[in-house]
Ligand binder design. Structure first.
Ligand code: NAD
Ligand code: DAU
Length: 352
């Protein structure tokens, strides 16, 4: 069992990173956590009010591509583990502007790996955990699952940049012996999910009675996992995974997009006191995403078997809690959908 004493989290102000910090700090009071985040449009310190002021927590605004800053933080904080979340994460944005995806996801990861390699030489024990995605495996037909042995076949600039990063992680393990770990998770949902992504976008638009854009025929399939279950999986891999290993993480919870949108409509109608079926009328089929992967499905049996991880949320409970969270946190949503986000939204879908 590896017990980190000083953990550098990158991208800790984003959706999964902030949920992870909140989860990890609650269960590991003896570990210092340093959150390095550039606060791009996707980063939001309001996600971290629960840990603000905690003496073991430090936030640093900065870029993972800044080699000097990263080296300084690793040394100054005597970091013995890195959990690397920072990334450009939205597939649609990677289609309209791929450059930043290569910079952040590939070059940023390599910068962290190189600094970690130099830093870890002097340490008895160290871990670098790369948080990655099932999208690196490409797209499935109606049958089958991605395992850790599935060849990488990314289809979008986003997933290609994540695959590039994963391969650099592998190379740093093979070439330099840096103790790396790599998780590949399916679609997350839960609190603090940025409302450019399917579930929070639908919740927001239903509330505003705006149209609900469903790409293509709506029959693409995603496997949804609650972000708290993903956080628990990452903690487990960090502490118990053998360096050099890859672990798939998934919920065994496949949904066609159109079915999930209808479900969210119905749950929202109940809560808003609208007539049954009212929100479904907002569903609008729009032009398909370019290169749209048809189906993702994860085989997470290695993680379950080797590290005894199990998801704790049923989807029924998780989606209901998530909708309630969004309804109770409209202030958070309103802030997020203003400013830079609005500009992006208008380019993507037209003025609201
Ligand atoms: P997100 O877009 O919500 O957050 C990304 C965070 O990274 C933001 O806080 C942003 O400010 C920060 N960041 C961006 N560029 C940076 C830079 N150059 N330096 C420092 N910080 C920077 O993303 P997310 O959905 O929380 O995803 C986190 C990680 O998990 C990503 O690596 C993503 O590929 C992976 N992942 C996401 C999902 C999902 O369903 N969202 C599933 C599997 C894996
Ligand atoms: O699988 C893990 C990945 O999940 C992560 O690596 C990514 O960072 C994360 O963004 C997510 O990628 P997806 O492309 O699957 O998520 P998104 O929420 O963008 O879309 C989910 C599905 O819904 C996808 O098939 C596209 C569709 N969609 C999405 C949006 C935003 C729509 O039909 N309409 C929409 O408006």
């Amino acid at each position: 069992l590896f017990t980190p004493t000083s953990l550098l989290v990158t991208g800790g102000a984003g959706f999964i990173g902030s949920n992870f910090i909140n989860h990890f700090m609650a269960g590991n009071p003896g570990c210092r956590v340093i959150n390095l985040d550039l606060l791009t449009y996707a980063g939001n310190l309001k996600n971290l009010t629960a840990v603000e002021g905690n003496a073991s927590y430090r936030f640093v605004k900065g870029d993972i591509c800044d080699a000097e800053l990263v080296a300084r933080l690793l040394a100054e904080e005597k970091v013995d583990a890195v959990a690397h979340f920072a990334a450009e994460s939205h597939v649609d944005r990677s289609i309209t502007g791929p450059d930043i995806f290569v910079r952040t996801n590939v070059l940023g990861t390599q910068t962290l790996l190189e600094a970690s390699r130099l830093h870890a030489e002097k340490l008895p024990d160290f871990r670098f955990l790369q948080v990655s995605t099932d999208e690196v495996y490409g797209s499935l037909g109606a049958e089958g699952y991605f395992t850790e042995e599935t060849p990488l076949a990314p289809n979008s600039p986003y997933s290609a940049s994540k695959a590039g990063a994963d391969l650099l992680v592998r190379a740093y393990f093979e070439t330099f012996g840096l103790p790396t770990l790599n998780t590949r998770c399916s679609n997350n949902y839960g609190p603090y999910h940025f409302p450019e992504k399917l579930i929070p976008l639908m919740i927001h638009n239903i509330l505003k009675k705006r149209s609900l854009p469903v790409y293509g025929d709506g029959l693409n399939v995603r496997d949804w996992l609650h972000v708290k279950d993903h956080s628990a999986a990452i903690e487990r891999v960090l502490k118990r995974g053998r360096p050099g290993e890859i672990f798939n993480v998934g919920g065994n919870n496949e949904w066609k997009n159109i079915d999930i949108v209808k479900l969210v409509c119905d749950l929202m109608d109940e809560r808003l006191g609208r007539a049954a079926g009212e929100s479904r009328e907002l569903i609008t089929f729009v032009k398909d995403r370019k290169g749209h992967d048809r189906r993702y499905a994860i085989d997470a049996s290695k993680l379950k078997r080797d590290l005894s991880w199990e998801p704790s949320y049923t989807f029924e409970r998780g989606i209901a809690e998530t909708i309630d969270w969004y309804l109770a946190n409209q202030g958070w949503v309103e802030e997020v959908v203003s400013g830079a986000y609005r500009e992006y939204y208008e380019t993507q879908y037209g003025a609201a």
